[in-house]
Design a protein around this ligand. Structure first.
Ligand code: IMP
Length: 177
């Protein structure tokens, strides 16, 4: 059990279980993308540990770029505007795999996916360590999934609760009190 801020979390996926799964995803990518011009686009902050461990298992030539979804209030609109910042590499004609820590409702991924599509990659796939199918209502489900999980709030291995807990090497789920 771990305590983060005011909440208590119970072990959900051990560090070993995560590492084993990440190796399997890497092996699948190695076999599917051999001979292609492959680039990973990792979405910060949450995906940093997944991206790092996954990259260690990739044995084919590849590049990686880190992006961040930035939300700001548009001057003429009432809603918020999202943009993807940090994409400093040309992905046109390349095979792109977006890396995320978790796909929950899929709303974030809808935005990232349509933003990247505009740059005409040769292919665009999604790798997410965690996926919450029961919460998902998006257009793009992940193609490479570590674990499909119930609708619980989880932390660790890059995922945060109010910015804390990202450093944990296992994944913990919230204990509802
Ligand atoms: P979505 O747009 O609903 O798919 O949510 C995506 C983002 O919400 C993720 O990138 C996470 O930052 C955050 N998120 C969703 N579920 C969790 C969770 O269980 N723990 C921590 N963060 C989460």
């Amino acid at each position: 059990m771990v305590k983060i801020h005011d909440k208590t979390f119970d072990i959900f996926l051990t560090a070993q279980e995560i590492q084993n799964k990440v190796k399997l995803i890497a092996a699948e990518i190695n076999s599917k993308y051999v001979g292609t011009d492959l680039i990973f686009i990792a979405v910060l902050n949450g995906s940093f540990m997944f991206a790092s461990d996954l990259m260690k298992g990739i044995s084919i030539p590849c590049a990686i770029s880190f992006v961040k979804v930035s939300s700001y209030k548009g001057s003429n609109s009432t809603g918020r505007v999202d943009e993807l910042i940090g994409l400093n590499t040309d992905i046109e004609g390349k095979h792109v795999i977006i890396l995320e820590d978790i796909v929950d409702t899929g709303i974030t991924m809808n935005k990232i996916y349509s933003y990247l599509t505009a740059f005409s990659p040769a292919s665009l796939k999604i790798g997410s360590l965690l996926f919450k199918p029961d919460a998902f209502s998006g257009k793009h489900a992940p193609d490479f999934v570590g674990f499909s999980i119930p609708n619980d709030f989880v932390v660790g291995y890059g995922l945060d609760y109010n910015e804390h807990g990202r450093n944990l090497e296992a994944i913990y789920k919230l204990i509802e009190e």
